[in-house]
Design a protein around this ligand. Structure first.
Ligand code: KG4
Ligand code: ZN
Length: 368
């Protein structure tokens, strides 16, 4: 299917269903297409971004339940698209292209989004573009600072599903540099919060509990910090918190002493989790020689992490780009990255499929 180059202005519907947020955004792209594909300028504009969160559905389980996520996407996606079109002041016939994140993510969740995107592409007779959720997370910083050069850069994605470092020559030319060997950092926040009976999602509640705790009260591990390999690991840290909780059972069972114990555990865990991210990111900056760091993902909301990355980048003389919170967590606005693919003529076939799971280093280049 050919891109409709006569449409003016150019509206692209971007969809996001990789995990537990159903989101639709209307993106207004400059047309004719961008002239400078390396910088991606001029940057497309987000006219609307509707996000339906499933947090309440997953909360009783302390984490995302894939089957519940798929079913919730099914229920939410059409109303979310309707709201997004209304908010942008347009309707289905005004759309010039449909974009959908097809990797990585939960397979059932991805399939719901792709099925809807294919259907719209067929019914409206408009091209389909698939995009990479990781590249979208990093492109969010470009949307937030449209006049800044953010590429080439080192990309860091810290969320409930990812702890990943990427070498980004442009928004679409990215290479996987390293990631977690087990849990993602956000997943560790969620699991530790559940262990400490603080609720879900874990990030904000751990951050709050940590405010009244001493981050030095427990000496939790910072795995691989002495190695140059760009790898993260959070399962050992999680177990260390559990052991410390068990070792202090009398205090944990005493209603008067419990708050201080929980605050100290939260503060010490947060300090270790954040320091691990910062150590590996610093190593990656040094190894790649990049002088720009772009961060995405829900854990980027963490105040301690933001401060530590700011200080580290200042010392490394690197520029730091972290988008505002609404662009850090999963959203379809960041699917604006698909507009660059359209400009390159990279349209998807209707028989394309989803790619579940995380990026792996096996192919080096992040193939699209
Ligand atoms: O990017 P996101 O919305 O969804 C994906 O996982 O893709 O990230 C959600 C994660 C959760 O694990 C949540 O606990 C974490 O981001 N998070 C935080 C904070 N706010 C959210 N982690 C640490 N500190 C926070 N303030
Ligand atoms: Zn994400």
């Amino acid at each position: 299917m050919e891109a409709d180059t006569t449409a003016s202005p150019f509206y692209m519907l971007a969809l996001e269903t990789t995990c537990d947020e159903t989101s639709a955004a209307v993106i207004e792209g400059p047309w004719p297409p961008v002239s400078d594909l390396d910088s991606g300028w001029p940057v497309p504009r987000c006219l609307s971004n509707i996000v339906s969160s499933q947090v309440d559905l997953h909360s009783p389980y302390g984490g995302v339940v894939p089957e519940i996520a798929s079913r919730a996407h099914l229920t939410a996606i059409l109303p979310v698209i309707r709201q997004s079109l209304d908010a942008a002041g347009i309707d289905y016939p005004d759309l010039s292209a449909i974009a959908i994140a097809t990797k990585p993510g939960l397979v059932g969740a991805l399939v719901v989004g792709l099925s809807v995107a294919k259907t719209l592409s067929i019914v409206l007779g408009k091209p389909l573009i698939t995009y990479d959720h990781m590249e979208a997370h990093l492109y969010a910083a470009q949307l937030a600072t449209p006049s800044a050069h953010i590429f080439p850069c080192l990309g860091l994605i810290v969320s409930g599903g990812h702890t990943t470092l990427m070498d980004c020559q442009t928004a679409l030319d990215t290479t996987w540099l390293g990631g977690t060997l087990d849990d993602a950092v956000g997943e560790a926040f969620d699991k530790v919060a559940s262990m400490l009976r603080l609720g879900y999602p874990g990030g904000p509640v751990i951050q709050r509990a940590a405010e009244s705790g001493d981050p030095k009260s427990f000496d939790f591990p910072r795995p691989f910090s002495q190695e140059t390999r760009l790898v993260f690991s959070y399962s050992g840290l999680k177990t260390a918190v559990l052991r410390a909780l068990q070792a202090n059972k009398p205090m944990a069972d005493d209603p008067l002493q419990r708050p201080l114990l929980i605050a100290n555990l939260a503060a010490s865990f947060q300090a270790a989790a954040v320091e691990s991210v910062v150590i590996k990111t610093r190593q990656a900056l040094r190894q790649t020689g990049h002088k720009r760091l772009v961060v995405g993902g829900g854990v980027a909301a963490n105040r301690l992490l933001r401060k530590a990355l700011e200080e580290m980048c200042h010392r490394q003389k690197a520029e730091l780009f972290i988008p505002p919170m609404w662009l850090c967590t999963d959203n379809a606005a960041m699917g604006a990255v698909a507009y660059l693919k359209l400009c390159r003529g990279e349209l998807a076939d209707l028989d394309c499929d989803v790619v579940a799971g995380l990026l792996r280093p096996n192919n080096g280049r992040n193939k699209r």
